[in-house]
Ligand binder design. Structure first.
Ligand code: SF4
Ligand code: SF4
Length: 361
């Protein structure tokens, strides 16, 4: 596990060009240079030189970040900003009372116990259909379900309906959380723990594809290194010869989660739908403002980003806004609250499963 000092060279690679300002959603809204990576690197450089203390003031600016990674993708110096912010956040959080309390809530005992109870409640209401005598499927997918789908059955139900007539088989294992929330809170020890467990499951499993439907889980797994390649489940579904027949015309727009690298499959999926008109909204790839803890730490900014997103969706006249991340669904729902003409918010998988008929052609 690297500490802040280990990133001194990376921090020095920042040329202060300011290009990150043009992509940072928080900077664009606030105009605050401490919101963007350049400003944060100036502060962290001061900390490493001993001119500044890593105190609550600096932590406040570290928290002023959605961890969308847009500045990383745009940075000409190729600095892995999110890893540096996580290392700095770890140094701050382990010293503060609130940080230690969050680490306690995220500990294996507390986090996993709460998840186990919620999974139990889900199992009372939802049981997967048993398909006795079904012929083996050709493509084996090691499915990283993610905490939200472990708790809520909606995606399971949708997937059962969509995958029924395909050559895809989902293999489920006892994965831990992908680690995204732990990176965000600076809980690097816990992150390394879940990463090691998940990597061991992946390395010992037999499969054709490793896949997740949540963009944040997919991105987290792809950032484990060790040549792990996690494909979005919807991308795999888009390559199947499926037709989604909707009986009534619907207009739909798509919100691209910050952590979704490739979204080409979205248009491909809508092309497989009958009676569906896809309309791209303005800034469809801008953050919805939720981003886990960010929404709690910076509620005004979070609400403003969500509201702007929904206004853009309303301008398209769409009946639905769909996405591929449970956290974004929450963000979009907050943004839509109280707006009369807001489109209905759904996960893309559930939207497709709403088709009256799904045929394998
Ligand atoms: S784009 Fe990269 S090099 Fe330029 S100011 Fe931002 S972090 Fe520094
Ligand atoms: S990760 Fe996103 S929110 Fe954070 S500084 Fe970079 S662009 Fe801004």
């Amino acid at each position: 596990m690297k500490n802040l000092q280990d990133f001194a060279d990376d921090i020095n690679k920042c040329s202060k060009c300011g290009l990150c300002q043009s992509v940072c959603p928080v900077y664009k809204l606030t105009g605050n240079d401490c919101a963007v990576s350049r400003g944060k690197f100036v502060m962290l450089d001061g900390v490493l030189k001993g001119d500044l203390k890593l105190n609550r003031n600096i932590e406040k600016y570290l928290d002023l970040c959605i961890k969308c990674g847009k500045c990383k993708n745009f940075c000409p110096s190729d600095i892995d900003v999110c890893k540096i912010f996580a290392a700095a956040k770890y140094e701050c959080a382990k010293k503060s009372l609130s940080g230690r309390f969050i680490f306690f809530l995220e500990s294996k005992v507390v986090f996993d116990s709460v998840l186990a109870v919620l999974k139990f409640f889900k199992s009372v209401f939802y049981r997967k259909k048993k398909n006795a005598g079904e012929t083996p499927k050709k493509i084996k997918i090691l499915y990283f379900k993610g905490c939200a789908n472990e708790i809520f059955p909606a995606v399971d139900i949708a997937l059962e309906k969509i995958l029924e007539n395909t050559s895809l088989e989902l293999i489920e294992k006892d994965f831990s959380c992908c680690g995204t929330p732990f990176l965000s809170s600076g809980n690097l020890k816990r992150y390394e723990e879940v990463k090691a467990k998940n990597l061991s499951i992946i390395k010992n499993a037999e499969f054709d594809f490793l896949s997740a439907d949540c963009a944040s889980c997919q991105d987290a797994l792809n950032n484990y290194g060790e040549n792990i390649q996690c494909v979005n489940l919807l991308e795999i579904i888009s390559k199947q010869n499926l037709k989604f027949k909707f009986s009534t015309p619907r207009k739909v727009t798509f919100h691209k989660p910050c952590h979704l690298q490739n979204d080409d499959f979205v248009k491909e999926l809508f092309e497989k739908c009958e009676n569906i008109e896809y309309v791209e909204m303005k800034d469809y790839d801008e953050c919805c403002g939720f981003a886990g803890e960010f929404a709690l730490q910076n509620p005004k900014i979070s609400r403003a980003l969500a509201s702007k997103k929904i206004d853009n969706a309303i301008s398209t006249g769409a009946d639905y806004i769909v996405t591929t991340c449970p956290a974004c669904i929450l963000g979009l729902k907050f943004g839509a609250a109280g707006k009369k003409s807001a489109p209905q918010v759904k996960s893309l998988i559930e939207f497709l499963a709403d088709a009256e008929e799904i045929i394998n052609c």
